[in-house]
Design a binder for this molecule. Sequence first.
Ligand code: GLA
Length: 349
Amino acid sequence: MKELFGKLADGTEIHSWSLANGGTRMKVLSYGGIVRSLEIPDRRGHYANVCLGFDNIEDYVSASPYFGALIGRYGNRIGKGEFTLDGKTYRLSVNDGENSLHGGGTMGFDKVVWDIEPFTKGPDVGLYLHHTSVDGEMGYPGTLKTKVTYTLTQHGDWRVDYEATTDKATVVNLTSHVYWNLAGEGSGTIENHELKIAASRYTPVDPGLIPTGEPAPVADTPFDFRRSKAIGENLRETHQQLLYAKGIDHNWVLDKGISPKPEWIATLKDPSSGRTLRMATTEPGLQFYSGNFLDGTLVGPSGRIYRQGDALCLETQHFPDSPNQPSFPSTVLRPGQTYRSTTVHSFSR
Ligand code: GLA
């Protein structure tokens, strides 16, 4: 089902698509492929929207810190907004100090209008989202044809499949930037949520949040989530990495590495409601961001303001700055190849 959500300044109509299956309900915008609402039941069957967002298009256009959006062409940062591929240096749109963040500037995939087509496949329902990014857009080489599939399965899982092809060698790293609060959007801090991540190492960063290049063990650091623990447990320790990011904003090196099929990598649980999110992915990395830049200036559909730590993001991805880090798994895509990535979100209570 589709309805008009609003219009961009140039008159372009933005639609909101509604899907429901297996006990999960979601709403998706053609703008940015944004998941503007995802409703799941708690242990008593009460539904809540567990994703931060806005109730109007104007806030999404002018103020959104990537709420619910698709991220491309490159999730997270590319240092100094440049990289060299096959001997040629490409300069990207710089939008985060001297770095390029989440595809850069005005035409990141979170800010483009996607072509959306609904589908039903056996017991599953979903949306195909298409976008073609022209050669040179935001500085990236190659015409990148992207197809993202959002599926709501009969079990209420939300599955995201990404595909992309190019006509020139380029780099690609697509992800989704949902801000989770399993107690419900606008209900306060996520510091009591419990998180487990199947990773023994993470990638420490410099003060600009660019990886230094050497993965470090999580053992004996606040970054150890190998056993489930409350997110707030070590968040205020005076660890240099926490100071750089004002909390957690780091990439975990998933123990399973790149996998041909999605494998379980993380579980997030809100003990108060019982709502639980399990994530599986084909990707080698997970960016866990503890909502550090939410500063009480944005108001959600609940009518409540969002403060620091009122949500967290779990972005499956290749590692930040890979185009400049020869030791990281490659993000290069060449003509004739197809970029593929899958992440599955399963909900229980
Ligand atoms: C990512 C980045 C963060 C921040 C958020 C959005 O998680 O790593 O630094 O930009 O997106 O604000």
